[in-house]
Write a protein that binds this ligand. Structure first.
Ligand SMILES: *[C@@H]1O[C@H](CO)[C@@H](O)[C@H](O)[C@H]1NC(C)=O
Ligand SMILES: *[C@@H]1O[C@H](CO)[C@@H](O)[C@H](O)[C@H]1NC(C)=O
Ligand SMILES: *[C@@H]1O[C@H](CO)[C@@H](O)[C@H](O)[C@H]1NC(C)=O
Length: 281
């Protein structure tokens, strides 16, 4: 009787985890109930953009928590649906959108799809195999056939993209005390710097807004020379204008911007423009 009570207690407090995945019981429960809702929906026929909006909306008001992926030790596939930052919000929604369209809505399908999106070549190895710069994330997920960077097609101009912030500031990244990871990040930065990127400067967003569709991925650029992207989210339409659905570090939750995205960027000196990408299916 006593033993059973102890086992029950252990089950209660234990996080669901294997060697690969870190997911609290609360997150697992939330994910399972979303997967169930999506299984019994008729959403599979919607476009990826429409799905991004529908699924993203399920996460409105979720708490903003950053650095949830930064655990010490070996790299784990972190699934945290109760605390999201701008990137993990985006990855969570896109993962759910893709498995909804494939109609493969199990927890294991979710793990596989998230790993595909989050890691270089779709395989989690160590810390350095995670795609750290978002402009690289866009490029690599385009290579994987997951999305298209449409910025240049909709009026984007050259974006001189030379990120080096991580290798210049290893003190902000606990894992970069490992010289192998630091070296790998430097190589990744070189590869990014050698590519051609485009952006829509914020002064031009209003004019080009008609080409942006609900559910498109919005990546916000910065005038800081050593950084590529400072914020990400999804385009949504409100009263005929494009707004940003995002995990906001200011309001500490997932929300839809009060003002259209062109206004949202105007007042912020750290934000210079946007890259726009669209999921393929
Ligand atoms: C997940 O997010 C919650 C906030 O709801 C936070 O308390 C928790 O530490 C996070 N878990 C991980 C593994 O980061
Ligand atoms: C991903 O694949 C490319 C090309 O095949 C290779 O150069 C690179 O080292 C791989 N990256 C990882 C982290 O395996
Ligand atoms: C301005 O943009 C930066 C980078 O995205 C962000 O961290 C900051 O919170 C923004 N400021 C305001 C007032 O929204």
């Amino acid at each position: 009787m006593k033993l059973r009570a102890i086992i029950f207690f252990l089950l209660l407090i234990s996080n669901w985890s294997n060697a690969q995945t870190v997911c609290t019981a609360e997150s697992k429960q939330r994910l399972e109930s979303i997967l169930e809702a999506l299984s019994s929906s008729s959403f599979a026929n919607l476009s990826p953009g429409e799905l991004n909006v529908k699924i993203g909306t399920l996460f409105l008001e979720t708490a903003y928590v950053e650095k949830t992926l930064e655990l010490p030790g070996e790299e784990k596939l972190v699934i945290n649906l109760t605390g999201l930052d701008c990137t993990t919000f985006l990855e969570t929604v896109i993962t759910l959108t893709r498995i909804t369209q494939k109609e493969t809505l199990s927890f294991e399908d979710y793990e596989q799809e998230l790993e595909l999106i989050r890691y270089q070549n779709g395989t989690k190895k160590d810390y350095s195999s995670r795609i750290h710069y978002f402009s690289d994330w866009i490029f690599q997920n385009q290579e994987k056939g997951i999305l298209t960077d449409i910025t240049s097609e909709i009026g984007g101009i050259d974006y001189p993209n030379n990120p080096s912030f991580m290798s210049e500031n290893p003190q902000f990244y606990a894992q970069l005390t490992n010289p192998m990871y630091l070296e790998k990040i430097k190589q990744d930065e070189k590869a990014i710097q050698a590519r051609k990127y485009h952006f829509i400067p914020k002064e031009n967003i209003e004019k080009q807004e008609k080409f942006i569709q609900p559910g498109d991925l919005i990546a916000i650029t910065t005038p800081l020379k050593n950084l590529d992207i400072v914020h990400v989210g999804f385009a949504v339409k409100r009263n005929g204008r494009i707004h940003l659905m995002h995990a906001s570090s200011n309001s500490k939750k997932v929300e839809i911007s009060q003002s259209p995205i062109s206004e949202y960027l105007k007042s912020n000196k750290s934000q210079s423009g946007i890259l726009v990408s669209r999921l393929i299916f």
